[in-house]
Design a protein around this ligand. Sequence first.
Ligand code: ZN
Ligand code: ZN
Length: 338
Amino acid sequence: MSKMRTFRVSKPAAKLELVERDVPEPGPGQVRLRVEACGVCHSDVLTALGLWPGITYPRVPGHEIAGVVDAVGADVPAWKRGDRAGIGWHGGHCGHCDRCRRGDYLTCRSGVLIPGIAYDGGYADYVVAPWVALARIPDGLTAAEAAPLMCAGITTFNPLRHSGALAGDVVGILGIGGLGHLGVQFASKMGFHTVAIARGKEKGPLARELGASVYIDSKEQDPAAELQKLGGARIILATVTNAEAMTAVIGGLGPDGKLIIVGVPPDPLSVGVGPLIGGRQSLAGWPSGRSIDSEDTLVFAARSGVRSRNELFPLERAAEGYERMMSGEARFRVVLTA
Ligand SMILES: [Zn+2]
Ligand SMILES: [Zn+2]
C-alpha cells in the first residue's frame, strides 16, 4: 500500500500536523483525486477551530482542490483516470431530499458535504470524494490557477451572474481582498460598470488594474454618496467581514438595488429599513454554488483572463501557508502545491 502526506487537525484549535497515511481507495460513486493544488481559504478556520457543528476529528482541511482523477470507484459515470478536476465547497449532497430533487444541492436538508469538514480535504496528496462534487478544469488553467476559483472564485462569480444586474449597470464590489480581487475582475468581464470600494487611496491603482472603472476610498470618501453620484448601485457585492463597512454602503443602492453578502461579519447588521422600502431594495446572502457552477466559473475565467493572484507554498509548508492566510497579509490567495 502506498503512502501519502496529509496535514490534519487532531482536535479543535490544535496545530496542523503532518501525518503519513495509506492512500485511500475510492468506494462506489467516489473518485480519488491526486491533488496538484489546494487553496487555503479563511473558512478553513471552521475546521481548525472546530466552529462547524458536528465536525469530527482528526480532519484534513481544504475545499479549494485542483488535481487529476487517479482512481475511479464503481458506479461513476463520465469520469476516468487522467481527467483534470476540481472540488470546492459543494463536496456532495444527500440526493433524495426535496431540495436536492430540485437540483438545489447547496440547500440540501441534510447539509451540503463540505470537503475538509464532512470528509478529509485537500491539504494532502490525495482526496477521495463523491464524483458529483467534481468540476472539469479547462486546458487554459493550471492547477494553481484553478484551485482558488473553486471557492473564492465561484463565491463571487455565481452571485454576480445571478444578481439580475445587466451589462452597464453600476455594480459595487466592497473589499479588494482574496474574494474582492476576483469579484472586481468578474464584474468587469461581465460588462458591469464596476466600482471597487476599499479603504486607502493606495488601493486605487490595483482596483483599476483589476478592471474597476471607479475606485472609492471609503477612508476619505462617503461610499454611499459616491455611488449615488453614479446613479446608485444595482448590486453591491460585500466581500468583507466587517458589518460597519457593509452598513456604510447600503445608502449607495439605487432603485431595486441589492446588497449581496458573501462574507460573514462577527456582528449583526444594523440597517434602517425606510429607504429599502422606498427603493424596493434588498439585502441577500449567497452560498457559492454547485460543482457545475464551479465548472462554469473555471471556463469563464479561462476564457476571459480572470485569474486569482496567489502566493504559493509547497504542501510540506501547509502550516506556514495557513498562518500566512490567517495573517490577512497574503496577496491575495494562499495556494498549496504538490
Ligand atoms: Zn472557502
Ligand atoms: Zn439533499
